[in-house]
Design a protein around this ligand. Structure first.
Ligand SMILES: C[S@@+](CC[C@H](N)C(=O)[O-])C[C@H]1O[C@@H](n2cnc3c(N)ncnc32)[C@H](O)[C@@H]1O
Ligand SMILES: [Zn+2]
Length: 289
């Protein structure tokens, strides 16, 4: 994936999409920051992302540096590549090659980068509240941008600016997904099924996935979206003990075992560890368009 040499300058295209989070103005570069007409100013981090989170708007939930490191390593090892390929294939069907793609809770920018590879003229913007995740996302793709934001708040982006919104294992803000999508836009959501990582759940103390998660997702989005298509994706992964430790560390919401106990339990698993990956990829279209 191509990366951009000087990440400190936001692309012109990003500036057509972003709005000031404190007033209705747009943002323009000024002295290493982005500034609006009312002089609200947001530093551009030397790692190439801009955080628009200020004061009360800071998100309560954000991945720690440890979680981001584990996630980056696990994704780099390719265990979720079939999912990335499925997202890229759907993105190419759903969005024009020069699409604007927003990723809510983009993490390291891994899936956004794969989708951008499938859309040769597209610009991607990942929103996340975790600084270590934003640092990784800012480097993930030459046409990928990263902005610090709490996706539960109204987004600092223009109404109707997006062709595609991605939401992969991350918080869902249905009203904002709907507001930012243009008339022909689509929402791509990934959820785990109750079989996902099933073999690890009893031995490593992972919490079970609610079997009605998919149904709950549709209900959450029902006011603003109609389901257009769902694609199940299930395959077996062959994992090293390090992969398993990384997999658990990258999602602490799903486990409640301390690191030493986790290492002990992982050490008892027969290597390589055969683990099921099981997802549903859902396409939604905005209602009333
Ligand atoms: C399970 S990770 C998934 C990351 C990425 N989509 C992936 O699948 O690789 C969830 C991500 O959502 C982010 N996140 C959690 N709550 C958030 C919020 N309120 N606003 C923005 N990002 C949030 C976390 O920092 C984390 O990067
Ligand atoms: Zn402003």
């Amino acid at each position: 994936m191509p990366s951009r040499p000087d990440r400190r300058l936001p692309s012109d295209r990003l500036l057509t999409v972003l709005t000031c989070p404190l007033c209705p103005s747009g943002l323009a570069p000024a002295d290493g920051a982005l500034r609006c007409a009312d002089r609200h100013s947001f530093d551009i981090a030397r790692h190439g992302y801009v955080s628009l989170l200020t004061g009360r708007r800071r998100a309560a939930s954000a991945d720690s540096a440890d979680m981001v490191r584990s996630r980056a390593a696990f994704l780099r090892a390719g265990h979720y590549d079939p999912l990335a390929r499925a997202l890229a294939g759907l993105a190419a069907e759903l969005a024009p090659p020069d699409a604007t793609v927003l990723d809510a809770g983009s993490g390291t920018g891994h899936y956004l980068a794969t989708v951008l590879d499938a859309l040769p003229g597209a610009m991607g913007l990942g929103l996340d509240s975790s600084a270590p995740a934003l640092r990784a996302a800012a480097r993930a793709h030459a046409r990928g941008e990263a902005v610090g934001w709490d996706v539960w708040q109204p987004w600092p982006v223009r109404t109707g600016c997006a062709d595609l919104v991605l939401n992969v294992f991350a918080p869902r803000n249905g009203p904002e997904f709907h507001r930012v999508l243009g008339p022909h836009g689509a929402l791509l959501v990934v959820t785990p099924t109750d079989r996902h990582l099933g073999e690890l759940r009893p031995s490593l103390g992972l919490l079970a996935v609610d079997p009605r998660k998919e149904e709950r997702l549709s209900r959450t989005l029902a006011a603003h979206f109609r389901p257009a298509h769902t694609e199940p994706l299930e395959y077996a992964m062959s994992l090293t003990p390090e992969d398993v430790t990384g997999l658990v560390t990258m999602s602490p919401a799903a486990h409640h075992v301390c690191p030493a106990e986790l290492r002990r339990r992982v050490g008892e698993l027969p290597a390589p560890v055969r683990v099921t990956a099981s997802f549903v990829v859902s396409v939604y279209r905005p209602k009333g368009r």
